[in-house]
Design a protein around this ligand. Structure first.
Ligand code: BTN
Length: 325
């Protein structure tokens, strides 16, 4: 079955505004048989769309599923490049793994790999990422900035600020960024970001920004092991959110801040990151592989390294750690 034709039929149903769409006319327009049109409609129904067939008149769309498919995201997009190529999976192991492969094979700047469900979602430090079906946003964005690899960590901060802004716009909640890249609301994790790099010594080939946003989960949707530390936008506000709209808003801000980075350098992004930070200025405990340090988080460097002022006044750079505040 031609996926393109199916997407075009969905687009027709969406834009028909309650007017029945004739099966005969669809068949003529796409130059396929009426049986083939019927098969497409069945497949569309399997995706959760409710279609009413009216005798001798045609088909009317009664309701659409809340999905993060390209058909649902694209109408919300306000970007030039981010999200203009979307690879969508009802279920996959990890969008990050697929995006890495796609990036190696030349996927264009701005490609989004997105899934309704991940069976092996990956978090930082080889941890698992709870990504149950149809409730959250599980996506990986491929960007190809023309920079040398030493600047790549700055894009992790670009992503954190972009997602914070998108959540703030649509939910009226302002997440706090917990270094390096967790977004928290009421002290609980609403978003995790996993940034991976493909580069040689001189230049970045691609940066893959893996984004997990807890959107419409209730506490019971989370695995027991994370129930005490995770939250969702629905749990915080009592509202259900249109995930496709949020995906498009995240794409919008990733593009906006990537453009800002290209025009004005890292300084304005760093300022934004610091204004949303829940870590800077606080006394923290940083647990690393070999030691645990306590002190006051004073700033981040241009590479995203956390500067920790110990009680003896010494400043230590923290590259990777679990932070307790
Ligand atoms: C973390 O906080 O540890 C980062 C979590 C990142 C999860 C996202 S969900 C989409 C993408 N695919 C993955 O397997 N991981 C990232």
């Amino acid at each position: 079955m031609n996926i393109n034709t199916k997407e075009k039929i969905i687009a027709k149903l969406l834009s028909s505004q309650g007017e029945p769409l004739s099966g005969q006319k669809l068949a003529e327009e796409f130059n396929i048989s009426r049986t083939m049109i019927w098969k497409h409609l069945k497949s569309i129904e399997e995706d959760g769309y409710v279609i009413e067939a009216i005798k001798k008149k045609g088909y009317i769309l009664q309701s659409i599923p809340e999905l993060v498919s390209p058909e649902q995201i694209t109408p919300f997009l306000e970007t030039k490049s981010i999200g203009r190529n979307i690879l969508y999976f009802p279920v996959c192991e990890s969008t990050q793994t697929i995006a890495s492969e796609e990036a190696r094979n030349g996927a264009p700047h701005g490609t989004i790999v997105i899934a309704e469900e991940q069976t092996a979602g990956r978090g930082r430090l080889e941890r698992a990422w709870d990504s149950s079906a149809n409730k959250g946003i599980w996506m990986s964005v491929i960007i190809r900035p023309k920079i040398s690899p030493q600047y790549a960590p700055q894009f992790t901060l670009v992503a954190a600020v972009a997602i914070t802004k998108a959540i703030e716009d649509l939910s009226n909640c302002t997440p706090e960024i917990k270094w390096p890249n967790d977004l928290l609301i009421s002290g609980k994790k609403v978003t995790g970001i996993l940034t991976e790099l493909q580069a040689d010594m001189d230049q970045v080939h691609s940066i893959i920004i893996g984004i997990g946003v807890n959107v419409n989960q209730s506490i019971k949707s989370f695995d027991e092991t994370v129930q005490s530390i995770a939250t969702s936008l629905k749990m915080e506000t009592g509202n259900d959110f249109n995930r496709a709209e949020l995906v498009a808003k995240i794409a919008y801000y990733i593009e906006k801040y990537t453009d800002m980075y290209v025009e004005n350098g890292f300084a304005p992004i760093k300022l934004l990151w610091e204004s949303y930070s829940g870590t800077i200025g606080k006394r923290i405990k940083a647990t690393m592989l070999t030691e645990t340090l306590e002190g006051v988080a004073v700033s981040i460097t241009n590479d995203g390294v956390l500067q920790l002022k110990l009680d003896n006044g010494e400043i230590k750079g923290i590259y990777s750690a679990d932070i307790d505040i």
